[in-house]
Ligand binder design. Sequence first.
Ligand code: NCD
Length: 297
Amino acid sequence: MKPHPRSLLGTDHLTVPEIEAILKLARRMDPKRAPQLLRGKRVVLLFYEPSTRTRTSFEFAMTTLITATSSSIEKGESLIDTGWTVTSLGADAIVMRHPSSGAPYLLSRFIPVPIVNAGDGLHQHPSQALLDALTITNHKKRLKGLRVVIVGDIFHSRVARSNAHLLSKCGAEVILCGPPDLAPDVAETLAPGITVCHDLDVALLGADVVMSLRIQKERLAGKQISLEDYIAQFQVTPQRMRLARPDAIVMHPGPIVRGLEIANEVADGPQSCVHEQVANGVKTRMAILATVLKAVQ
Ligand code: NCD
């Protein structure tokens, strides 16, 4: 079976007009009116991985929503059987997070309802990239021509991958930055307009947007770079931010490991948009659900 045509599995398959339509709709969304707009629709959340921001904002984006996290999954039911169960119960769409890359793609080949990927393994996190694009466009007129630096553990980051596809598609210059172990040169082949840089000071020169990503200490084990060297070379600090444009914005998808990938002064500073990103998550996910459920024309 082909995936439902309105499934949102990744940003690589989205067209620029589709991205723009979701952002336009998200800007119009009033979080308090969402239940009316999506009234009567049933969305099931299948979260096989913990989540705070993503899950809560999908929950706030809908009220008539069923959250199927525990019982059947814990009882060892297969993903496809769980998908069929919730579809037979009458779900209009499934929002799914899974630790295995590709899991929502697999399910979408068996289940006739749209699936929204809320993060799959190391692969894609399209709703995060869309809320990030909404946040950027609230501060900058357009994505085209912007210099966006994404710094951190690029290799393991579905946020980096989804953002790199979306932003390069929309004409931004995307610089993926980190030590060679975490930002391999091959990442340049993801899409046109993407470069890899192993020197944060060089990457930051003239940056319009600086997106910091979480570093999981355990992922540095066995890597060439030590934790101390990572902090010395790649932490986003107030000094380094002076290399970026004075009106540059700072982003982080969360959860933030303070004092590791980003200094407190930057995370809490005037250029930081991290709280705005979280707030935009609700509007963006309302727009995504409305699009997927065809609740708007
Ligand atoms: C991200 C994720 O889960 O991929 N978080 C999020 O959705 N806000 C990033 C991360 O966990 O580091």
